[in-house]
Structures are given as structure tokens and as C-alpha cells.
Write a protein that binds this ligand. Structure first.
Ligand code: FAD
Length: 455
């Protein structure tokens, strides 16, 4: 089979790698002039690569760890102790070990104990997601931990990630977050270990690309798909012209490049992009029920400001912002996980946000945004000055976070679109786990299997 894979993120590259190993040559089309999708890197200078968006792995992320092994790169992953804090009531509260919860004074002692017990009970006992699927996280938290824990800790965290949809988020999502990622045995019971590849995520993409090319396929960057049609003899794919990425995400606005024919297509793009690729006939063949599923899932946009600082900003890797007055939701100091010596002494801090489409912050440039964030950054570290910032980069990802509301599991579009030979595999189908590169690896494999088993 000649297969086109749309999107060279982790799912697309893994899918093409799996299909290649089964003897099917794949052409991978990618809109961006680089590999990796949401995990893509940028050169921050002096040959150092960093992800545009903060990235780490959990020890439970076995699919991606196995892929590193399979590609002959088992030593690439390094595991380091994590450090986490909550910023609330004017200070950062360490939240790395269970003992820190007991010392977390913004909550009454009773609420602290209830919260700790509820999380433990969930992690030890609740193996199935079903009991949590028809309930909001808010409802469960208030019942299991009390209203104070929701008001001061979980509500602000959910609002940070899901904005005004926070109160509607399914408990299934939080169950996934709290139960699936962390090992409670051994060293990790007291301090979580996080993984980061020795040389960034980029070597993984390069190895997948080599595998695809060795099998006779091509990995085409800065070559998006503009339109997809179904003909009697297969699929007709109209590529967009080079440079199309400058025109945004909607493929209908791209200038046309060349046309190619394929026996099968796996699309790993977000729902709205996939819908915009389909010509009328193909959309009709897929049918209204499937298209309604695509349209029914909302996303929030990630807005991520990466700063190079001339000194450390916090003592923590990850600071959750639970103070609603700060205009961002997290501060992730990469060089508190991977030491600055790895980067010639340079230090990097991500200021994270998730916003609904159309939010005013999304229209700002890097300097304007930094100016907006400055007072908030100073609340966390009162000594902070603009002069600490040596360099800054701003990235926006419109389809970064699917909004997982109650009953989400029943609304997910299946991998098989209903049109033989056409598969959709994207982050909306990662459930009940929180989406991540590990699950994108699993999804890429599932997409290849769905295509091959469909005949
Ligand atoms: C802020 C942020 C932080 C994150 N942190 C972590 C983390 O710590 N750990 C972790 O494991 N994961 C993290 N993730 C999630 C992780 O990056 C994603 O789940 C994963 O990379 C998704 O892979 P994918 O291939 O499914 O999708 P994507 O990476 O979105 O890939 C889709 C690809 O399709 C391309 N495309 C779009 N339109 C077209 C077109 N018309 N033609 C061709 N190609 C097109 C896109 O450019 C993209 O490369 C984070 C994500 C974000 C946004």
C-alpha cells in the first residue's frame, strides 16, 4: 500500500514507522518546517535544542520508553527528581512530597487530611474509570475533599487548564491524572522522578524519520495537505505550497501545490483541520454522525512564553499558580529539572497558559505579553526584573487541550472514519489519560493497526 500520513507529530511519525515495518511505504506530510508537532523543538542558540512547549515524561510512560528501546536509543532517557510548588496567598508552597501537603497552610488541617486521604484512596483503590465518567471533577472533589479544597486548590488548577469550563470537566480526566501517571512504590513514593531525553525530543523524531525513509517513504516538512478527495482508485491528496504555515492553520487558505494518489490515508491533525481538508464528497461519505463528533469537541489554546534568564527564578521545576489574580497558570523552570550546565550555564523558564480561542492575550506579541506577565512574575519572585531576560520566544498551539467534559468517552470519534482506508488519530482520542507524547506513541500504533485490520 502507498499510505499518506498527515502530520509529523509523535502520532504521525510513529504510525508511519509502524506501517513501514509492515512493508508499506509512507509519505508523511507536515505543515510546519520541522518535525514533532506539539513536541517540536527550537534552536535556542549554540546548538542547544529545547521544546517550544515544556515537556517531560513520567515513569509510567512505557510506550515511549519502549519506542526508545526499539530504536536503539535506550540511554537517551534520563530520570531526575521533580520539584513542585503551589503559588497561593502570596507565596510558593512546596508540594513535592506527601509531607508537604501536611504543611500546606492555605488549607485547614481537616481539609489537608481529607485531601490526602481522598487522593490516596483514589490511587490505591479506583482501578476503573467507569464510576467517574458521568460525574464532574468539581462534584467529586467537593464530596471527597470538601469545598475548601476545591476553592483553593483544585478549582484554580482546573480553571488554569480549562478556563470557564473548569466546573464541567469530567472526573474521569482527573482520575486519569491522579492514578495513571505515578508509581507509588520505591523511591518515587516520596519524590517523583521525571524523564527528559538527553538531547531533547529531536533525536527521537530523527530516528523515526530515518526508519520511514529506509523503508522507501518520505517525510515532507513545510508541505501541508490542503485537500483530500476520494476516487474509485484511492485517495487524491492536494498538497499546500511551501511556506503555507505562515498563513495559519486552516488548510483552505493555503496556496495549492501538487497532487498525489494514495491507497490509504492516516490523518493526525486536529478535528477542525481534518474537517477542513475533506472535499464535499468525502465529507458526505464519512457522514453527519462522525462529523458531528468532530465538531462537538472543543480545544483550548496553549500560549507559552519561553524566557532565557540570567539567573534562577524559583527553586522548583514546576510551580502551579493557584492565585486567580495572576494572568498565567504555571511557571516551569526547565533548568531546575535538567541542570543549566547542560546548556552552557544558561537558564530557561516557561510561563504557561491555556486560553479559550479569541482570548485577548492570544493577540499579544512576546514583549507585550511579557509586560503583562511581569507584575505576576514579580509576585512569585519579588526581585525579578526585565533585565534578567536575555531572550524570549512565544508559541501558540490552538488545538493543545481537548476539553474533557462529563460523558466525553461516548463522544470520541473512532479511529476508523467509516470510509475504508481513511483513519483519524489525534489527541481527542486519548482518554481517559491526559494527552501526552507517550499516548501519542500508543495512538500512532493503534492507527496503523486500525488501517491494516480494516483491510
Ligand atoms: C503546552 C504543552 C505542554 C505539553 N507538555 C507535555 C509533556 O510534558 N509531556 C508530554 O509527553 N506531552 C506534553 N504535551 C502533549 C504532547 O506534546 C502531545 O500530546 C503530542 O505531541 C501530540 O502528538 P500528535 O502527533 O498526536 O499531535 P500533534 O503534535 O499536534 O501533531 C499534529 C501535526 O499535524 C501537523 N499539521 C497540522 N495541519 C496540517 C496539514 N494541513 N497538513 C499536514 N500537517 C498538518 C501539525 O503541524 C503537527 O505537527 C504538551 C503539549 C502542550 C501544548
Amino acid at each position: 500500500m502507498r499510505v499518506a500520513v498527515i502530520g509529523a507529530g509523535v502520532a504521525g511519525l510513529t504510525c508511519a514507522h509502524r506501517l513501514t515495518s509492515r512493508g508499506h511505504a509512507c509519505d508523511v506530510y507536515e505543515r510546519w518546517p520541522g518535525l514533532g508537532g506539539q513536541a517540536a523543538t527550537l534552536d535556542v542558540g549554540s546548538g542547544h535544542l529545547l521544546e517550544r512547549y515544556y515537556h517531560h515524561l513520567f515513569t509510567s510512560d512505557r510506550h515511549i520508553a519502549e519506542l526508545y528501546e526499539e530504536l536503539g536509543m535506550p540511554d537517551e532517557l534520563e530520570w531526575r527528581p521533580s520539584s513542585v510548588a503551589f503559588f497561593l496567598e502570596g507565596r510558593s508552597w512546596p508540594f513535592t512530597s506527601p509531607l508537604h501537603l501536611l504543611r500546606f497552610r492555605p488549607l485547614s488541617l481537616r481539609s489537608r487530611l481529607r485531601m490526602g486521604l481522598a487522593v490516596l484512596r483514589l490511587q490505591r483503590g479506583a482501578r476503573e474509570v467507569e464510576p467517574f465518567e458521568q460525574r464532574t471533577a468539581r462534584d467529586w472533589i467537593v464530596a471527597a475533599m470538601g469545598a475548601e479544597a476545591y476553592a483553593k486548590v483544585w478549582g484554580p488548577l482546573l480553571r488554569g487548564k480549562f478556563g470557564d469550563r473548569a466546573d464541567d470537566i469530567s472526573m474521569a480526566w482527573l482520575w486519569g491524572k491522579l492514578t495513571m501517571r505515578r508509581r507509588l512504590q520505591g523511591k518515587e513514593a516520596s519524590q517523583e522522578l521525571l524523564g527528559y531525553p538527553r538531547r531533547s525530543w529531536e533525536p527521537l523524531f530523527a530516528a523515526l524519520r530515518s526508519s520511514i525513509e529506509a523503508g522507501g517513504g518520505r517525510v515532507l516538512i513545510d508541505r501541508p495537505v490542503k485537500r483530500l478527495s476520494h476516487r474509485a482508485e484511492g485517495f487524491e491528496l492536494l498538497a499546500g505550497a511551501p511556506g503555507s504555515f505562515r498563513g495559519g492553520h486552516d488548510p483552505r487558505g493555503f496556496d495549492a501545490g501538487g497532487t498525489e494518489r494514495y491507497d490509504a490515508v492516516v490523518a493526525t491533525v486536529p478535528n477542525d483541520v481534518f474537517r477542513a481538508l475533506l472535499d464535499d464528497e468525502l465529507a458526505g461519505a464519512i457522514g453527519g454522525e462522525y462529523l458531528a463528533r468532530l465538531a462537538g469537541i472543543e480545544y483550548h489554546t496553549a500560549l507559552c512564553l519561553l524566557l532565557e534568564l540570567d539567573r534562577g527564578f524559583t527553586p522548583f521545576y514546576w510551580t502551579n499558580i493557584a492565585d486567580p489574580e495572576l494572568p498565567f497558570v504555571g511557571v516551569i523552570e526547565h533548568t531546575n529539572l535538567v541542570g543549566p550546565e547542560r546548556y552552557g550555564g544558561r537558564r530557561f523558564l516557561y510561563v504557561a497558559n491555556y486560553l479559550a480561542a479569541g482570548d485577548e492575550l492570544l493577540s499579544l506579541g512576546a514583549d507585550e505579553l511579557l509586560a503583562r506577565y511581569e507584575p505576576g512574575l514579580r509576585r512569585i519572585n519579588p526581585a525579578f526584573e526585565r533585565a534578567w531576560v536575555r531572550e524570549r520566544w512565544l508559541h501558540r498551539e490552538p488545538a493543545a487541550q481537548p476539553i474533557v467534559t462529563v460523558g466525553y468517552g461516548e463522544r470520541i470519534p473512532p479511529l476508523r472514519t467509516g470510509v475504508p482506508g481513511l483513519v483519524l488519530a489525534n489527541t481527542t482520542q486519548i482518554y481517559p489519560e491526559d494527552r501526552g507524547t507517550n499516548y501519542a506513541v500508543r495512538l500512532g500504533g493503534d492507527a496503523a493497526a486500525a488501517l491494516l485490520s480494516a483491510g
